[in-house]
Design a protein around this ligand. Sequence first.
Ligand code: UDP
Length: 490
Amino acid sequence: MQQVDIPAAPLEVLALLLPAERWFRLKEKAAHARDLLSDRVVWNVSATAEGGGVAEMLHTLLAYGRGAGVDLRWLVLDGDPEFFAITKRIHNALHGAEDDGHRLGAAEHEHYERVLRGNLAELTTLVRPGDIVLLHDPQTAGFVEAMHAVGAHVVWRCHIGRDDPTAATARGWDFLRGYLQDADAFVFSRRAYVPTWVVSDRVRAIAPSIDPFSTKNRDLDDVEVDTVLRQVGLIAGRDASPSLEFTRRDGTTGVVRRHTHLLSGPPPPADARLVVQVSRWDLLKDMAGVLSAFADFIVPATSDVHLILAGPAVAGVSDDPEGAQVLAACRAAWARLPDPVRARCHLACIPMDDVDENAIIVNALQRRATVVVQKSLQEGFGLTVTEAMWKSRPMLASAVGGIQEQIVDGREGLLLTDPRDLPGFAARLQMLLDDPAMAEHLGRAGHQRVEDDFIGDRHLIQLVDLFEDLLGAVPTAASGLTTARPGRLS
Ligand code: UDP
């Protein structure tokens, strides 16, 4: 297993943003958490340290938690390609994706368990009785029993799901259910994802959050945005100004490098309006659908609008074996476009060898976008949506999964009811392009929504509430000290 190094971030940074009342509530909870958890470790176990929403969120959330004085740690399991192929199949099944012809049967159980057993020697020496273990997503479900045997409190946190059960979701849950039955608590990003067999008083619905001060989300002015995008070749024109510096998670300073091969072809002109989708190369993000709708409907109706589909350089996301195939299919579809259409569509692979540089590039791209889209066919939560809303970008997204937690259609963005409806998608996109006043209004409302509901204070407080329930302790009214009460969840 790999232990991810999480430098502590001072919680006080959030005071710069939060209204006083929220800040005091957070400070109080942090003091209570220190008292409650004392010398316990809160372990997080996941499948990858980079790429995707879970990794994105854990880096910043755990940093604030450590800054608040709680011993939060993060372990990433070791798996082989077959293991990640199986867990990706489970992931797709829980999203209701059609059967890809592969089974989730006895051989898959056997391989899944063998890989997890290979991680257990290390995990069981690290985790002590009384610790709390947060197991993230299907890849870690098989650790529940062993963590119980060690004497830890075990929470399984699921970041994916689908509102309406299907035969595919049933297949996915059938695979996982036996491993999960005894978890002390379950956390889902959305209540609609909870399968019927989970005992309801063990469930918490906790939505993810973003960090407004991370490299991915911090303010950049127009000059900085331009500097980054020119430097990395995502818009035309070599930048004459000194390249932008950024602060890494570990506190060191990085510099945005010159890149020459991020894009599939020549970059958009400096004055182009951009439509942007940032996603992993995953079939459920439907990059190909965005490309097709843009090419067929938006290119003929506009002259200055370009599309950038941006995803990670595929070797960088270890738990996502489909990435290379999906990117190849997008490249093939792009290559088939007529020349003048292809010149307006761009596929960008953002390097992952320097995740902080990756973050500032994504930040600049989202900020430079005239409209950000997220035309996912299913979406666990969709941090890319939260990130773009935080940047006050007008957002057009599918009305699926966790995106519906974030956007009310016409209030904080526009929603597409049927994510496969390409003409409908294009019509809404054209509306946003044609009506800058409406776009600005939606962008402002989106920013406010994120500020109200999707910043780390709410998230951290919900986690402390969960820990209270797990440990069977409540704060006494004024002192912040804890008293024992029978554990509700354990
Ligand atoms: N992301 C990134 N670089 C990329 C593509 C995506 O950092 O090239 C990030 C994106 O900014 C977001 C996360 O990956 O923070 C994706 O999270 P989301 O919840 O949207 O989807 P997931 O990948 O978890 O399905």
